[in-house]
Design a protein around this ligand. Structure first.
Ligand SMILES: NC(=O)c1ccc[n+]([C@@H]2O[C@H](COP(=O)([O-])OP(=O)(O)OC[C@H]3O[C@@H](n4cnc5c(N)ncnc54)[C@H](O)[C@@H]3O)[C@@H](O)[C@H]2O)c1
Length: 362
């Protein structure tokens, strides 16, 4: 079954990932309508991809009876409200991560989804990467875990995609009142989660946590089967762009390290150890599609040491998550990343933030 899809928000992730991916999956999706608050972005993206239906508001797109599903690709602070409006209009909804910035907004979204019979999926594409799925299978016969290392040590997307693509950005044509409203909404949400008097390092730290760390922390939870029992320690530095956190998983410890800087590399991944086994997979920048990904599994005995490499896999994680969204809608396949799943992430962010704030205070 081919689904008619509408997009809300046509920025980097829409232009670089979702639109080309929907185009590749033409047998399953028809990109039928778009909306962006920037008229110039709306016109240029719609012209480029030959999309006829261009809506001036998200509400108008949601009211289109021909649209089956929408992708919410707008800034984080608008996700909850737009997703609820789309659900109310009877649409299936895909929301880019983070589902919401605050626990309260997420709770309302979870309730709206529960009261509907629509598929609502959060875009944690790293959890759909073939190497990640293979790692989950390997862990079924791995033996007791002894240690876990998780990391995002990266520079930001433009360094990569400026070499391969052109992204159209608003040319100063977003109405000033909308910009002010959006900023005020984001500030109120940051105040609610960080505290109105939180220093800049804590605010930036929370932005990095919801923006970047959410990928790894949700993948860690999915891979290991649960959230950590406790945050042992957490420290923010570099104006909030460096976070180191240590998690208590009862019988083992997991460590997470995050750093955003200007060194051109994307070093993200997860490594899991047992007494005689190790598995490791590494994510590359999401902004270049179809980069290869491998899973390495090492097993040592008294007289042998075997390293197996699964992959390289080239199917892009963004494609697999949209295929999963389609299967959930058309075949009732399980939805692995509903908004209720994101509650555990936001709870963990809050715990990390609390420990990091107390560390700063000390
Ligand atoms: N999965 C990933 O790896 C990944 C990567 C990048 C971004 N994202 C997520 O995707 C979302 C968008 O990020 P981006 O990098 O594309 O941002 P961006 O700033 O490049 O683009 C945002 C677009 O939304 C438009 N916009 C602003 N307010 C809007 C509103 N109220 N309604 C509709 N459109 C609005 C802007 O004009 C702009 O074109 C964010 O939630 C981000 O966290 C995910």
């Amino acid at each position: 079954m081919r689904l008619k899809v509408g997009l809300v928000g046509l920025g980097e992730v829409a232009q670089l990932m979702h639109i080309p991916t929907l185009h590749k999956l033409q047998d399953r999706f028809e990109l039928a309508a778009v909306h962006d608050v920037s008229p110039s972005v709306l016109a240029q993206v719609a012209d480029h991809w030959k999309i006829e239906k261009r809506y001036g508001t998200a509400a108008a797109l949601f009211a289109d009876p021909e649209i089956d599903a929408v992708l919410i690709l707008s800034p984080d602070q608008h996700h909850g409200e737009q997703a609820r409006a789309a659900i109310a209009a009877g649409k299936h909804v895909f929301i880019e991560k983070p589902a919401c910035l605050t626990a309260a907004d997420l709770e309302t979204l979870v309730a709206a989804e529960a009261a509907s019979n629509r598929v609502v999926m959060v875009g944690y594409m790293r959890r759909f990467a073939p190497a990640f799925v293979a790692a989950k299978q390997e862990l079924e016969n791995f033996g007791p875990i002894s240690y876990v290392r998780v990391r995002d040590v990266i520079c930001e997307g433009p360094w990569f995609f400026n070499q391969t693509d052109t992204v159209v950005t608003p040319n100063g044509d977003i109405p000033a009142a909308l910009i002010d409203e959006s900023r005020a909404l984001r500030k109120a949400m940051m105040d609610a989660m960080c505290g109105a008097d939180a220093p800049a390092i804590v605010r930036r730290g929370y932005e990095v946590m919801t923006g970047l760390c959410s990928h790894s922390l949700s993948a860690m939870r999915d891979l290991l089967g649960s959230s950590p029992k406790r945050v042992i320690g957490a420290q923010l530095s570099q104006n909030g762009e460096q976070l180191t956190a240590m998690f208590d998983y009862g019988s083992f410890t997991a460590i997470y390290e995050c750093l955003i800087d200007d060194i051109a590399r994307f070093d993200a991944g997860i490594e899991v150890f047992s007494k005689n086994k190790r598995l490791h997979f590494r994510y590359n920048t999401p902004y270049l599609r179809n980069l290869p990904m491998t899973l390495e599994v090492q097993e040592s005995t008294a007289d042998s040491n075997l390293v197996r490499t699964l992959g390289p896999f080239h199917t892009d994680a963004f494609q697999i998550e949209l295929e999963a969204f389609h299967s959930s809608i058309t075949k009732g396949a399980p939805n692995r990343t509903p908004p209720s799943d994101s509650k555990e992430d936001i709870e963990l962010f809050s715990k990390i933030l609390a420990v990091a704030k107390s560390t700063l205070a000390g």
